[in-house]
Ligand binder design. Structure first.
Ligand code: GLP
Length: 230
């Protein structure tokens, strides 16, 4: 899967990548870095847009997604940081959201989007109940998400309660999606996403309507998908 992304960059050096945080893409980011060091894959023309950021955290905060992306990927590639975009979690957030959408559009849209999935079916930080019609917006995080992400923080109470996230509509407009999920804790949500009803209470279910989605799952995450009886 990492190779698919690396090949996409080689084929189109000025590719627009959509990137995601969480533990799921970390192995991919490591592989991309190793390939860059070994084979010199060139990211000097690549543009990236991340899905989301916690409200209230500056990019210098170790738990911010900007910091995560710089330390987990960008600082190890030859991509100019000004070509990497992570929504800002501070300042005039209405303006932040509008400008982010405009910037994605000006870049020609996202060619290849990496996604993770929350145990409650969120993509980006689009929690259950989010309208399928949303663009980049400020959202309240649900307790389940706060609990799931608490291990990154010293105390659960330190996890921000709000985030800026690209919307479901923004995600559906990306040209190609690779969704990564590992482990048995994702098995139920993966089944719902693939075979359940398309409903706003399961945000990832909308991906059934996207024209080009690849799922990258381990055996545990895939274990509840029902295969047709032969
Ligand atoms: C966060 C991010 C999501 C990500 C999810 C899954 O909530 N906002 O974009 O998909 O975590 O995280 P993990 O990969 O750690 O399970």
């Amino acid at each position: 899967m990492s190779q698919q992304l690396i090949d996409a960059v080689k084929n189109k050096p000025n590719i627009v990548l959509g990137l995601s945080t969480g533990s799921s893409p970390l192995g991919t980011y490591d592989n991309i870095i190793k390939d860059h060091q070994k084979n010199g894959t060139d990211y000097s023309k690549t543009v990236t847009f991340n899905l989301d950021e916690y409200v209230g955290l500056e990019g210098s905060h170790p738990q911010s997604y900007r910091y995560f992306m710089n330390t987990s990927l960008f600082n190890h590639l030859n991509i100019p940081l000004e070509q990497t975009n992570v929504p800002q979690g501070t300042g005039d957030l209405k303006k932040v959201c509008e400008e982010y959408e405009a910037k994605v559009a000006a870049a020609g849209g996202v060619d290849l989007q990496l996604l993770g999935i929350g145990t409650n079916g969120h993509i980006g930080f689009n929690e259950p109940g989010t309208s399928f019609d949303t663009r980049t917006h400020v959202t309240n995080l649900l307790q389940e998400t706060i609990n799931s992400n608490a291990h990154f923080f010293q105390h659960a109470a330190d996890v921000p309660k709000k985030a800026v996230t690209m919307g479901i509509r923004s995600i559906m407009e990306t040209k190609k999606i690779i969704l990564i999920a590992y482990g048995s804790k994702k098995a139920a949500v993966i089944r719902e996403m693939v075979q359940g009803t398309i409903t706003e209470s399961m945000p990832a279910s909308i991906l059934q309507k996207h024209q080009d989605v690849t799922l990258f799952l381990d055996e545990e995450a895939a274990s509840l998908i029902q295969t047709p009886q032969s």
